[in-house]
Design a protein around this ligand. Structure first.
Ligand SMILES: Nc1nc2c(ncn2[C@@H]2O[C@H](COP(=O)(O)OP(=O)(O)O)[C@@H](O)[C@H]2O)c(=O)[nH]1
Ligand SMILES: [Mg+2]
Length: 182
């Protein structure tokens, strides 16, 4: 993964490997440690291909606060199993309707965000779906764009996704709903 990042990114960058327990919490720890203007979050198991980074960065530099690597726009795809894709699509559609989001892949874990935006809309630290928190909270204030990516099959390890994560996501949606009413 590091070699591939080096192959595709020509700007100066640092890579932060966050090993804290809990994906959302690990991401926020990384955001706090980071020093760059832009932050790219990606999975470490090979599902998110660094070849997309130049296009994601270009979109951010063109004035988009949040750039989503998206499975669910034209040109995007997933190599996940059919049942996982179905569950993911239903969850994304549900969140899209509830929070009136334009973003289809509002639960993608492949995202490039301006650091100040990440910090301003401090995200919930529980669960996998940190991007949904960011999008729901920044909805009225940020420009967001989706760029089609193929979510590839993992190259190593086993999935940490579980029914418990699915319940956590529902909990997050209710939590965000309550917050949005305040
Ligand atoms: N630091 C940290 N990263 C995690 C944790 N769980 C998942 N991840 C990261 O999040 C990515 C997505 O998780 P994964 O288990 O692959 O879920 P899946 O792709 O939905 O099957 C992984 O590639 C890891 O990089 C965790 O507890 N701590
Ligand atoms: Mg994975």
């Amino acid at each position: 993964l590091l070699a591939k990042i080096a192959e595709y990114v020509s700007e100066p960058y640092e890579v932060l490997v966050q090993t804290e327990k809990g994906l959302g919490y690990a991401v926020m720890c990384g955001v706090e440690r980071s020093r760059g203007e832009y932050i790219l979050v990606c999975d470490s198991d090979g599902s998110h291909n660094p070849k997309y980074i130049p296009q994601l960065l270009e979109l951010a530099k063109n004035g988009n606060d949040i750039v989503i690597g998206s499975r669910y726009v034209k040109g995007g795809a997933t190599q996940d199993s059919l049942d996982r894709e179905l569950i993911s699509r239903v969850y994304c559609k549900f969140a899209q309707l509830i929070f009136r989001l334009k973003v289809r892949d509002n639960m993608s874990g492949f995202v490039l965000v301006k650091r100040r935006v990440f910090l301003l809309y401090t995200i919930d630290t529980f669960g996998f779906k940190f991007v949904l928190s960011l999008l729901a909270r920044s909805r009225k204030h940020c420009s967001v764009v989706e760029y089609p990516i193929v979510f590839e099959q993992r190259k190593m390890g086993i999935s940490k996704a579980s029914p418990l994560e699915a319940v956590r996501t529902l909990r997050l949606i209710f939590h965000l709903c309550a917050g949005n009413k305040e």
